[in-house]
Design a protein around this ligand. Structure first.
Ligand SMILES: [Zn+2]
Length: 106
């Protein structure tokens, strides 16, 4: 039995290290759009956030996305992302349960 290595990422808001699947990825696409990437596989620079609205609000307040994505992020974008975040939060939590312990390493 070899020990499983679970990929960990840091939440840009609360700075906690978490397994990747516990985090929601925000991605800056090559076209410059900033969006939520539930698949975790979209191209572009990513920032990770706990699947909690509380952390989103913290990121908004501390402008964590600007630091993580290295681009200016306007209040409009934060507002839009916040709405999307609230929408995907349920889906994200449901998917997490559905995935269970299945870890494909990817
Ligand atoms: Zn967090």
């Amino acid at each position: 039995m070899k020990p499983r290595k679970i990929p960990q990422r840091k939440c840009v808001a609360c700075q906690e290290m978490m397994p990747k699947k516990e985090l929601i990825r925000i991605v800056r696409s090559p076209a410059g759009d900033i969006l939520i990437d539930l698949t975790g596989k979209k191209p572009g620079r990513g920032a990770y956030l706990c699947g909690k609205v509380g952390c989103f609000k913290l990121a908004k307040k501390s402008k964590a996305f600007e630091r993580a994505l290295k681009v200016p992020v306007s209040a409009d974008i934060y507002d839009r992302l916040e709405q999307d975040f609230i929408k995907v939060e349920d889906e994200f939590q449901a998917n997490k349960e559905f995935q269970g312990d299945d870890e494909d390493g990817g």
